[in-house]
Write a protein that binds this ligand. Structure first.
Ligand code: PHE
Length: 467
């Protein structure tokens, strides 16, 4: 914990020890299942190149500016997201009702956590499968069957979901610098290393060229309103935006750190991890004709064991890899529930351990619906869930609706309401042009783009219903 400038309010939860701890922690939040599990499979389902391009554009022109706005609000107030927005409305004279952005964010975090921990549980299961040699010389069909077996085993899903929820509880209960900071510092570098090893494997043993072509050759005819919305929503999901996670972490950021540079680093790291994960997975997918590019949520879990099963030291590398995926998910999960916990501590005066216990418990309960989505509720797709299973519905509702809306509201609030002196104090831009560009993106570009994309999808859905 470091010393704060006396004129800046302190966070009661502590502060990251340095700018790098913030970068690692924010990257720890951003880099998670979104990059390694979700990005490859949605890119696969949505035709690759053009989808990836939309995703990258959204990161640059919508995501990174909104991330800066979130850190701005968090560090300015040094409070949990609900209170941070409230403090800002008082400073800027904006309506008190903006605080509901914070409330929506807290809820979105809990909803995401409920299915996130089930998928993270798959990774935990794979650590043990890998270490016990299950993947040695496994065929594509065998790998597919192994994943299917896991999904068809509610007891296993429940056990791993519970284990992961408990792991997350332990870290958040230990507090900011001890719990969150430590995880980020030691684990993130290993994840980068493991992905590099996989990349080399994909290059040497997979169909690397086909993988690269798939990811980077845009075929615009594959784009639909649906896939554009998925790409945009994923930009929010992968950067942990629109629900206050980054705002909560911003509250613990040292005052001396430059927001612009720091966030740019986080955004670049997050994007690199997603692209490298794609470049590691698709060469394997294309080298094994039985694996479909559009295999869906199982893509990572079906394709990579084949690589580990046939590479030298595969047992070791595979085990390490799935452990790292679990750790990446772990450091993201912590940030999914931290806003709710910080709110309970600050506003209800609860002890951290109690707040963490109750929040984790609620997410665990809600997670049962996701567990059931792979078993008894697999065919439960009622109209009021928009014909999704509960798992797909939570994913849709959070990444494609709540996060983008939350993000746009944050953008509008900061860009239209922030007093000039406050902008100068937090961002400290050396050139007026940079600030003008940021405000322009936040005021006009992100809201227009997000609402337009949502409108296109709505229109597409309505016309499908009419047809
Ligand atoms: N960014 C995380 C990932 O990519 C998920 C996340 C979303 C975490 C929102 C916090 C808030 O896996």
């Amino acid at each position: 914990m470091d010393n704060q400038n006396s004129h800046t309010p302190k966070s009661i939860h502590g502060t990251w020890s340095s700018r790098w701890t913030f970068i690692l922690a924010a990257t720890g939040s951003a880099v998670g299942l979104g990059n390694i599990w979700k990005f490859p499979y949605i890119a696969g389902e949505n035709g690759g190149g053009a989808f990836v391009l939309v995703y990258l554009l959204c990161i640059v022109i919508v995501g990174i500016p909104i991330m800066m706005a979130e850190v701005f609000l968090g560090r300015n107030a040094r409070r949990n997201p609900v209170n941070a927005v409230e403090v800002f409305t008082r400073q800027s004279g904006a309506s008190h009702n903006w605080r509901y952005i914070g409330v929506m964010g807290v809820i979105a975090g809990l909803l995401i956590m409920s299915f996130y921990s089930v998928v993270a549980g798959w990774a935990l299961h794979y650590v043990f499968a890998s270490i016990s040699g299950t993947f040695t010389d496994i065929s594509a069909a065998g790998s597919d069957a192994f994943f299917g077996g896991l999904l068809g085993d509610p007891k296993a899903l429940l056990g791993w979901h519970s284990t992961f929820t408990l792991m997350t509880f332990i870290i958040v209960a230990s507090g900011v610098s001890k719990g969150l900071g430590a995880v980020a510092k030691y684990m993130m570098p290993f994840l980068f290393l493991a992905l590099a090893v996989l990349l080399v494997y994909g290059f040497l043993a997979g169909n690397f060229k086909a993988g690269v072509m798939f990811l980077f050759t845009p075929n615009f005819s594959a784009l639909t309103g649906d896939s554009i919305l998925i790409a945009m929503g994923h930009a929010f999901f992968t950067l942990s935006l629109g629900m206050g996670a980054i705002m909560a972490y911003g509250a613990y950021m040292p005052s001396s750190a430059n927001i612009g540079k720091t966030i740019l680093t986080v955004g670049i790291l997050d994007t690199l991890v997603a692209l490298v994960a794609g470049l590691a997975i698709f060469p394997i997918v294309f080298a094994n004709p039985t694996i479909e590019v559009g295999a869906g949520p199982g893509l990572l879990f079906v394709s990579l064991p084949i690589a580990f099963g046939s590479m030298p030291l595969g047992l070791l590398i595979g085990t390490l890899f799935f452990a790292l995926v679990a750790v990446a998910a772990w450091s993201s999960a912590v940030s999914l529930i931290e806003p709710a916990i910080a709110w309970l501590i600050e506003n209800k005066g609860w002890k951290r351990i109690k707040a963490a216990g109750i929040v984790a418990g609620c997410c665990w309960l809600l997670g049962l619906l996701t567990v059931a989505s792979f078993g008894p509720l697999a065919e439960f797709k009622p109209a009021w869930l928009l014909y999704f299973t509960p798992f797909d519905f939570f994913d849709f509702l959070t990444s494609q609706i709540m996060l983008p809306l939350g993000g746009v509201l944050i953008a509008l609030l900061v860009a239209w309401k922030a007093p000039a002196a406050l902008l100068q104090k937090e961002f400290g831009f050396k050139s007026q042009k940079t600030q003008t560009l940021l405000l322009f993106l936040l005021r006009f570009v992100s809201p227009t783009l997000v609402l337009l994309i949502m409108a296109i999808k709505l229109f597409e859905t309505l016309s499908q219903l009419g047809a």
